[in-house]
Design a protein around this ligand. Sequence first.
Ligand code: SF4
Length: 224
Amino acid sequence: MFDMGGDMKRHAQAMTDKKRMITILDILARTYPDARVGLDYTTPFELLIATILSAQCTDERVNIVTKRLFVKYKSPNDYLSVSVEELESDIHSTGFYRNKARNIQGCCATLLDTYGGNVPETLEDLIALPGVGRKTANCVLSTCYGKPAITVDTHVTRVSALLGFTQSSNAEIIERDLMEITPSELWNSINLLFITHGRRICIARRPRCNDCAIADYCPSSQRD
Ligand code: SF4
C-alpha cells in the first residue's frame, strides 16, 4: 500500500499555502492600490543611502533627513569629500549616526573602487558593501532594478508568522519560506503589501482583525 511520506505531505501543505498566498496578495493589492515604498529616492544610489539610514529609524524621519542630504550629496565622491564628523552631523537624527556615517563612507569608497561609482545589481555584490545587509540589498534589487526579491523587515516577519507562512524569526529562513510558496513574479509585491497591511491593519500588539480584508485566510484571526 502506498504510504504518503513526509515529503509528499510537505508538498501538499506547500500547495495549500501557495494558493492561500496568491489569494491574499490579490486581495491586498486590491485593498491597497496606493501602496508605495516609504522611502523617498530618485536613483538606486539614493535608495541605497536611504535604506542604510533607515536601520532602527522610521521612514518619515529618514525622508526628512534625506530631503536636505540628497541636495548636498549627489554622488559617492560627495560623501567622501567631507569629514566623517560632518557626515555624522548631517545624519545625526536618524540614530546610530556614527556607524551609519562610517558605513556610508565605506560603501561609497567600494562603489568607486569596484563599480565605477554605480550601484551593483546582484545580491552577492550588494551584501558585500559596508552597511548593506540582505534587507537593503533585496530592497534595492526589487525596487530599483525590478529583480524578483523578497525584502524581510519587521512587518513582513510579523505578518508572515501570523498568516502561518513561516515558523522562523530568522530573516533569511523567512525569505526562503515565502519564496517556496510564492510565484517569483509576485515576490516584489510581498514587501510592499505586507508592510502596508502591517502599518494600517495588522498592527503589532493590536491587530484590527475585524477590519481585516484577509481574515478569512488567516489562522491567527481574532475576528468577533
Ligand atoms: S486577521 Fe488579524 S492577525 Fe490575521 S492578518 Fe488580519 S489583522 Fe493580522
